[in-house]
Design a protein around this ligand. Structure first.
Ligand SMILES: [Zn+2]
Length: 335
């Protein structure tokens, strides 16, 4: 045995990494990633024409709610420390041009106004800007030759975003995946003097199979075809980063990766690529998978939710949109 080998042998037992894991108090002291209720965004589905909250079949525990209970619902989350809300509207009527999406008395516009009247600047309101909840065909754009026409759809997205800004939204979040949507909306907002309204780009919205429960929740299932000609293929990293860099150049204030859990590599790479805040959207399918297994008693929902959400933050997300926000807030408030 030469001298080096000997010193390595002698030194080896001194390294005991388990010292740092010995008690819960030590582990808590040394946790490198800590979830905070302030990281979280709670998505809200407001439906026109209903009197009572309706549970979404594919998302047990999540409800479409009428406007009259919105303030009560948000207050409950506010009392748990949640401050940021993403608003989706489900209108009573739809048409092929999505005109209901930019009505001044539309469901999102009324919801945002109501929240502003009741909470003012104490909460952050983000609105989803897309056509699919408002089109009779369920696609995210104006259809020409069986696919959404990019530039015609931009004009509608501009009108929707401006109407949300008028209602008092802090951020608009275009999710249609039309090329140039951030730039078009930025210009439209600035033209109307809404230069303080920010844009959260759904920059890399992957064409995921995990959206099915959301489409049930928001009544936005495409009637024909699919969204693969505008949402991004889930195989591609460089294309996702290119989408993100384009949104940054076009004036996005925050960029987003959607879904979250299968795309932690994209969240990580985005964090390394831009200095802007990075948002991750843990989507309906992520929620439903956990919920279904928990209802069968196969996993501990609380523990799995905390693990998955912490991992999304560890990958580099500054903001996390999650259907489990209320549960996480309750757990964090207990601990
Ligand atoms: Zn859409």
């Amino acid at each position: 045995m030469n001298q080096n080998e000997e010193s390595e042998f002698i030194g080896f037992p001194k390294v005991r990494l388990r010292r740092l894991r010995r008690t819960a108090a030590i582990r808590n002291l040394l946790a490198e990633t800590r979830l905070s209720v302030k990281d979280l965004v709670h998505p809200v589905f407001i439906q026109e024409g209903i009197d009572e909250p309706k549970e979404i079949e594919m998302m047990p525990g999540i409800f479409r709610v009428p406007l009259k209970v919105l303030v009560k619902n948000i207050q409950e989350l506010y009392d748990l420390g949640v401050r940021t809300f993403l608003i989706f509207g489900i209108p009573k009527t739809k048409n092929d041009k999505a005109t209901g999406a930019y009505r001044n008395d539309g469901i999102v516009q009324k919801s945002v106004k109501t929240l502003f009247q009741n909470f003012g600047g104490k909460i952050v309101t983000i609105t989803d800007v897309c056509l699919c909840q408002y089109t009779s065909h369920g696609h995210c754009g104006i259809i020409r030759d069986n696919v959404p026409n990019n530039d015609e759809s931009l004009k509608v997205l501009e009108r929707i975003a401006t109407s949300h800004a008028e209602a008092g939204a802090d951020f608009v979040a275009p999710s249609a995946m039309m090329d140039g949507q951030v730039k078009s909306i930025r210009n439209a907002l600035d033209r109307s003097n809404f230069y303080n309204v920010g844009i959260i780009g759904y920059s890399a919205k992957l064409s995921s199979n995990l959206y099915t429960p959301f489409r049930d929740a928001s009544h936005s299932m495409p009637e024909f075809g699919d969204r693969k000609s505008y949402q991004m293929p889930f195989h591609n990293t460089n294309e996702a980063l290119n989408e993100i860099m384009m949104d940054v150049k076009e004036g996005a204030d925050i960029v987003m990766i959607k879904p979250a859990l299968p795309y932690l590599d994209l969240i990580y790479k985005t964090r390394q690529t831009t200095l802007l805040p990075v948002c991750a959207y843990s989507v309906s399918g992520e929620y439903s998978i956990i919920k279904a297994a928990a209802l069968e008693g196969w996993i501990n929902e609380d523990e799995v939710v905390m693990e998955f959400t912490t991992c999304i933050k560890r990958a580099g997300a500054d903001i996390i949109i999650s259907y489990h926000t209320k549960k996480i807030a309750e757990i964090l408030n207990r601990s």
